[in-house]
Design a binder for this molecule. Structure first.
Ligand SMILES: C[S@@+](CC[C@H](N)C(=O)[O-])C[C@H]1O[C@@H](n2cnc3c(N)ncnc32)[C@H](O)[C@@H]1O
Length: 524
């Protein structure tokens, strides 16, 4: 990859980042090129995000009689790229935005490592409009640009043609990906998905969460194959799968008509933790998860003691509320914790001016209007604009963003919370059957975490996020299957754990005992 190395030396990281110029490592580029070369129909080739043309270079090495079209929005990189094709007569390079050009041409082979831009990093309104105009499909405003490249390329594929794409795998398991997956399924062109999940950093960070998609416009559309690439050795296996197409199978071969666009595709390529356990029930049979209170203007609505004094707002117009995830440090949030936060000047109150005749409250509302708080997106939809969402305190809270798995909190103080936590309300009839502390004891275990993880959504940077419905739709162990004796043991360990936490000597051994007991009873 001498061309790429030279270019990296010549240019600043800032410039490369601006255009999302990240280069495909050669072993991966080889694999993708071989997919296209496997078709005898390959005469016209399109590279939509050309860069220095690594794919075209590799393909030309094995097949000279080919006409190549390339697009790149950066004229400078194309100028460099031309130097790598001294002999190519059939090379047409366009310094243009791929998504706004060339809609009417079709190709036998399309190969691409598209720019990775998230929806907020590119001018996505006009781009989405352009895609919708040509493809007549609905897309979410959260759609990331690389998946749009893929949709357009499918549209530009000739009969018997093939596509190879390497793109971040996040769309396979995220909300906006639903429309992309539906388009892929409708097109009946998806054949192989290779999930790259290198255990060690073999190439570059950017690759660690990518997928290689291989598509073909042929008659072999009955199955979609999913395979994992975890090491360099697995790349060789992938080569074999590609060279023996259409007779090859992936690690998981799924009948295409059973694959659904609106679910996370992780379940097609990963063994799910949940399948290790018996007696699973949907979490929403036991509890309901909803997001915390959204104010639409936290700076205005959130108070601490000093601000309350400054504006003369009385406590009856201030709702106790957790406003930052940092304010809860342990799995138990008690009245003592809350009082400590309040006394230390933390922002733990929410302004509630509804129906108040108090002149200071009225003055603060007027102040809000002078600041145009009532014209914000959420406040403008409420009547009156300063009314607080009716969301009672929840006995259990769940952290929204986590690096180390889910964080649950037993809200013993029964304080309201903003959106940094989700509210978990155990179902009413739960109290007839299950102790809420038994449920919470379960939530603290690794077993619970593993099973919930089957339903998480991923963000490229390793951050894991659970939306309320990810938890509602997840599964859990059916705790009603436990004998009275086992439930008693769990509750006993749980109380000991609680005491250890409250005394600031957290002893995780008690949770481990609960975890072990559950594994013994529920493992298949
Ligand atoms: C991830 S790099 C891939 C480069 C090369 N194909 C490779 O695999 O090594 C993406 C390339 O797309 C180009 N690019 C960014 N936005 C584009 C657009 N809207 N249309 C065409 N090319 C674009 C960038 O300048 C960059 O060279």
């Amino acid at each position: 990859m001498i061309a790429e190395q030279k270019y990296i030396k010549k240019t600043t990281a800032e410039r490369r980042k601006k255009f999302a110029q990240f280069f495909t490592p050669e072993p991966i580029a080889h694999l993708m090129a071989d997919w296209l070369l496997g078709s005898t129909h390959l005469k016209t080739l399109l590279e939509p995000a050309f860069g220095l043309g690594v794919f075209s270079r590799l393909i030309l090495q094995k097949k000279e009689e080919i006409s190549i079209t390339g697009f790149d929005i950066d004229p400078l990189i194309l100028k460099e790229a031309r130097k790598n094709f001294p002999k190519a007569d059939n090379l047409k390079l366009h310094a243009e935005d791929y998504l706004f050009n060339d809609w009417n041409n079709k190709y036998d082979g399309i190969i691409c490592n598209p720019p990775y831009f998230k929806f907020h990093d590119y001018e996505n309104k006009n781009t989405l409009k352009e895609i919708k105009k040509h493809l007549k499909i609905h897309l979410s405003g959260f759609t990331n640009i690389h998946t749009l490249f893929l949709l357009k390329s499918i549209h530009q594929l000739k009969n018997n043609g093939r596509i190879a794409y390497i793109i971040p795998s996040e769309f396979l398991n995220s909300g906006y990906g639903k429309h992309i997956k539906q388009y892929l399924l409708n097109s009946k062109t998806l054949r192989h998905v290779f999930i790259i999940d290198f255990k060690e950093n073999v190439f570059d960070d950017a690759l660690t969460t990518s997928a290689i998609l291989l598509l073909a416009k042929d008659e072999f559309h009955k199955h979609i194959h999913f395979s994992n690439i975890k090491s360099i050795n697995d790349l060789k296996e992938a080569e074999k799968i590609i060279s023996s197409y259409p007779h090859s199978k992936g690690h998981h071969t799924i009948p295409a008509h059973t694959i659904k666009a609106n679910i996370k595709w992780r379940q097609y390529y990963q063994s799910l933790a949940g399948s290790k356990f018996k007696h699973l029930i949907p979490f929403n049979q036991v509890a309901k998860v909803v997001r915390g209170i959204a104010t639409g203007a936290n700076n205005y609505f959130v108070f601490n003691k000093q601000k309350a004094e400054a504006h003369h707002i009385e406590s009856k117009n201030l709702l106790p509320c957790i406003t930052r995830s940092k304010d809860i440090q342990t799995p138990f949030f008690t009245n003592r914790d809350y009082q400590k936060l309040a006394n230390n000047g933390a922002n733990v109150f929410l302004f509630d001016g509804t129906h108040s005749p108090d002149k200071h409250v009225k003055k603060y509302i007027k102040y809000g209007e002078e600041q145009n708080i009532h014209k914000r997106y959420l406040t403008s939809k409420r009547n009156p604009w300063y009314v607080i969402e009716n969301r009672p305190p929840a006995p259990i809270l769940a952290g929204v963003f986590n690096r180390n798995g889910l964080k649950f909190v037993r809200n013993e103080a029964m304080i309201r919370n903003l959106t940094t936590f989700h509210c978990i309300y155990p179902c009413n009839d739960l109290f007839n059957k299950l102790d809420i502390n038994l449920l919470f004891a379960y939530l603290l275990t690794d077993v619970a975490r593993e099973i919930f993880d089957d339903n998480r959504r991923e963000y490229g940077n390793g951050l894991k996020k659970f939306e309320p419905n990810d938890l509602n739709n997840a599964q859990m162990l059916d705790l009603s299957q436990l004998s009275a004796g086992d439930s008693g043991k769990i509750l006993n360990w749980f109380q000991k754990y609680r005491t250890s936490v409250l005394e600031a000597k957290e002893d995780i051994k008690f949770i481990e005992k609960i975890d072990q007991l559950l594994r013994k009873k529920y493992l298949q």
